[in-house]
Design a binder for this molecule. Structure first.
Ligand code: C2O
Ligand code: CU
Length: 463
């Protein structure tokens, strides 16, 4: 079999076993869930192809799906059996700063052979995820991530109608094995980031889910790709949007074109009620050929209630007050075909040697990567507006740690959605607003992990 190196591979008929298997959650006697970061082999392409060497949580990628109820404590003991330091970030959770998992900012990375205990409350119901936050561009690309689902007090979908769909793209070699060779290359760091040639769902190729006609299902899509903005065709889904980035919409909305693009780290919760004899599918359309990466076979007649999905209960987030905001400008520059002049790295002008040896090529306000001083420092409770301008030749996916934000409209009023990650297209400007109500030092970065490593990271402090 010849695999093409560009765009997506053509879907093969010989796919892996259908239903993605749940993996064992390991509980220690003291009530901690144990998550061991370790190498393991796993088949990504088909059963007939050799397995890939991945880095996993508890032996499989994605790691165990963690499910808790809103307001519950999450206690996880990370055991590092890798050869390099690591840490876990709980993406999108409005978490206690010391538990945010950012090596070098909120904790020391956990050295090989050692452990770290995460203990926090999950304040919001919704779809979240966890991933390595030490050299993420390398560790996430190799498989270190999993889903974190926070259930409502009275979930409106039972377990058999609530499906988590963790989507990753992988660069596979001619044998259908994970190919790490491009990782860390200036080519990937300075362009669109690492883009794979194959998509998996929950670590399997093209799974087929079985759905009953006439019954509503919740599909929780999580984009864990290093850098790929997934473009999903809404037509073969016939879905309603329940939530974005974990936070419910006030009213479910039909999935429309504007919802198609799911950036790295973004989530979207969809409701579907399949009709008898009309199978559904997830089709990625960003490459030259559409790629059907999951199918849903519908069985039975339409006997179900056919009830439409109701809105999910809102989480309690503080509403920003744009009239009394601390205003921050964030100018995004650099990258291939971009302006590399006037960039400061580690307090000095960026040199050709810095570019060659450390891969720094992107900047926020002329600064590549974290400086000693934060982008801004505000008192707890203050509204912050960040005006971002993407002056680069690429799209980016900007992510705030510890806070969800609203997007300001042209009229300066906050829109309805809460997000933790926002796409900025090439040459686009956007203003986001949030109440800085979570004390600590928080990262703010592009979630295209190569861009974050190559300069598109900064931090802010809430005191
Ligand atoms: Cu998914 Cu710094 O985050
Ligand atoms: Cu970016």
């Amino acid at each position: 079999m010849a695999l093409s190196r560009r765009g997506f591979l053509v879907a093969s008929a010989a796919t892996l076993a259908a239903t993605p298997g749940a993996i064992r959650v390991a509980w220690a006697d003291d009530g901690f869930l144990e998550i061991t970061a370790r190498p393991a082999s796993q088949k990504l392409f088909s059963n007939d192809n050799p397995p890939s060497d991945l880095w996993t949580y508890n032996g499989r990628s994605p790691g165990p799906e963690l499910r808790v109820t809103k307001g519950e404590r999450v206690r996880v003991r990370l055991i590092n059996e890798l050869d390099e330091p690591t840490s876990i970030h709980w993406h999108g959770v409005r978490i206690d700063n010391a538990m945010d998992g950012v090596a070098g900012l909120t904790q020391q990375p956990v050295p090989p052979g050692e452990r770290f205990e995460y203990d926090f409350v999950a304040p919001d119901a919704g779809t979240y995820w966890y991933h390595a936050h030490t050299k993420s561009w390398n560790q996430v690309a190799r498989g270190l991530y999993g889903a974190l689902i926070v259930e409502e007090h009275e979930p409106s979908f039972d377990n058999t109608h609530d499906l988590t769909i963790v989507i990753d793209d992988w660069q596979l070699d001619e044998q259908g094995r994970f190919d790490p060779s491009g990782l860390g290359s200036l080519m990937e760091w300075s362009h669109a980031g690492r883009l794979g040639n194959w998509l998996t769902v929950n670590g399997t190729s093209i799974p087929n889910f079985m759905l009953n006609a006439g019954e509503p299902y919740r599909l929780r899509l999580i984009n864990v790709c290093n850098a790929r903005i997934l473009e999903i065709d809404p037509r073969p889904l016939r879905a309603t949007v329940l939530a974005v980035d974990g936070q419910p919409l006030a009213e479910p909305e039909p999935l429309s074109d504007k919802r198609l693009r799911l950036a790295p780290a973004q989530r979207i919760d969809l409701a579907v009620t399949p009709k008898a004899g009309r199978n559904l599918s997830l089709v990625e359309i960003s490459a030259r050929q559409p790629f059907t990466f999951a199918t849903f076979a519908v069985t039975g007649s339409d006997a179900g209630s056919g009830a439409r999905a109701a809105a999910l209960p809102a989480n309690l987030l503080a509403d920003p007050d744009p009239a009394a905001a601390h205003y921050v400008i964030l100018d995004m520059t650099g990258g291939a075909m971009g302006d590399l002049t006037d960039i400061t790295y580690k307090g000095k002008p960026l040199t050709v040697t810095d570019i060659r040896e450390t891969g720094q090529v992107w900047a926020f306000n002329g600064i590549a990567n974290l400086a000693d001083e934060p982008l801004f420092r505000v008192r707890r409770g203050k509204t912050v507006i960040v005006e971002m301008s993407n002056d680069t030749a690429f799209a980016h996916a900007m992510h705030t740690h510890g806070h969800h934000f609203r997007i300001l409209g042209a009229d300066g009023k906050p829109g309805a959605e809460w997000r933790d990650t926002l796409i900025l297209e090439q040459s686009e400007k956007a203003r986001i607003a949030f109440v800085a109500d979570n004390p600590g030092k928080w990262l703010f970065h592009c979630h295209m992990l190569e861009h974050a490593a190559a300069g598109m990271s900064t931090w802010f402090e809430v005191v």
